[in-house]
Design a protein around this ligand. Structure first.
Ligand code: PMP
Length: 372
């Protein structure tokens, strides 16, 4: 046996992935974190054409220039962020962008503030970079929205960065503009980095999304095509930051990946340039499902916030055996504790499954667990 490095010894493989491997394939899966929709036809067509046109060679490290120009327009239009193609890096999903941030800026002795609960990869990326996680609690009383006051209390002289994720995985919470702006101002005053993971930006139900980079230059804004365009398997995302930050980020990307896959880059270009009808349709459908699942869970006595974004709800379920019982009854969910200690006593349910399946799953929970 070859001894693993200390950095890999300190983290474990994802519990969520492991769980999917062992559960019954006929169960209704409310555990999964990806849209159940297919890639829109215009995007598929653009990718197929790109192969016929032999767009299969290395691209610039930062990505095709046309794609970066389109991303610049997107940031201006949607996020009020002024950037330029030199300060964009096209990545292998938001996952790579996240990893690049950690590798480029975090080292031993650095503290990184993370919402608790939050997406599993955050803690792993911080640990792989030898950083120390400092959790900032998000409470159900505040609908799991991260509060600027709570962030301020956790800032120390070792604070190097904070990861923001609005809308949030696993809670669906959309942060208030005031809190985002206040944290952006803090990042300037106290000189720390904001890593803003905005991958669920478009999956939002009526509320407006704000990017901290509108108010601070100490921000890396990450985004991707996995959720908005159902392109999970195509592994394509992007980031923007100022010139100095981008230069460091590019070192990690260049020597690790060289460039994102050509076919996916061409698909991403079409996703941004083409019609957005499919996105609007998908979000409308997610909202219908959110309304259904929130109503049904509250009806069963599982207190659930009417989450304003992403495709997750995070009901309060104190029964420690709920996830196992539900899986046995045919509904897969994820224990809230997987996302941090503050997730304890909650369960994450994804509504990236059909309306009919969600209805069926709720009937199963009601019959087999509530009325047992
Ligand atoms: N950030 C969050 C909050 C996510 O939920 C996910 C996917 N589950 C990612 C990043 C990674 O997305 P990508 O497919 O772009 O790597």
């Amino acid at each position: 046996m070859i001894n693993p490095a200390k950095r890999t010894r300190t983290i474990e493989l994802s519990q969520i992935r492991k769980m999917f491997e062992v559960t019954n394939p006929d169960a209704i899966n409310l555990g999964i974190g990806e849209p159940d929709f297919d890639v829109p036809e215009n995007i598929k067509k653009a990718m197929i054409e790109s192969i016929h046109e032999n767009d299969t060679h290395y691209t610039p490290n930062k990505g095709y220039i046309e794609l970066r120009e389109e991303i610049v327009n997107k940031f201006k239009k949607d996020n009020d962020i002024k950037t330029n193609p030199d300060n964009i890096i096209v990545t292998v999903g938001a996952s790579e962008a996240l990893y690049m941030c950690a590798q480029a800026f975090i080292e031993k002795g650095d503290e990184v503030l993370l919402p608790n609960p939050s997406f599993l990869s955050y803690e792993a990326c911080v640990k792989l970079a030898d950083g120390k996680v400092v959790p900032v609690e998000c409470s159900m009383e505040n609908e799991f929205k991260l509060q600027a006051n709570d962030v301020e209390e956790k800032i120390s002289e070792n604070t190097k960065a904070i990861i923001l994720n609005s809308p949030s995985n696993p809670t669906g919470a959309v942060m208030e503009k005031e809190d985002i702006k206040a944290i952006a101002d803090l990042s300037v005053d106290k000189n720390f980095l904001i890593i803003s993971d905005e991958i669920y930006e478009k999956i939002i139900y009526g509320k407006k999304h704000y990017s901290p980079a509108k108010w601070s230059d100490n921000v890396v804004t990450l985004n991707g095509f996995s959720k908005t365009y159902a392109m999970t398997g195509l592994r394509i995302g992007y980031l923007t930051a100022n010139e100095e930050l981008c230069e460091e980020l590019l070192k990690i990307h260049q020597y690790n990946i060289a460039c994102a896959t050509t076919t996916s880059q061409k698909g991403a270009l079409e996703a941004l340039r083409g019609p957005q009808d499919e996105v609007i349709k998908m979000v409308k459908e997610f909202k219908k499902r959110r309304d259904l699942i929130v109503e049904r869970l509250n009806g069963m006595g599982y207190k659930t916030v009417n989450a304003e974004g992403a495709f997750y709800v995070f009901p309060k379920i104190e029964d420690k055996n709920f996830v196992q019982k539900a899986a046995k009854a045919g509904v897969i969910t994820v224990p809230g504790a997987a996302f941090g200690s503050n997730g304890e006593g909650h369960v994450r349910m994804s509504y990236a499954n059909s309306y009919e399946n969600i209805e069926k799953a709720m009937d199963i929970l009601e019959e087999k667990i509530i009325n047992e």
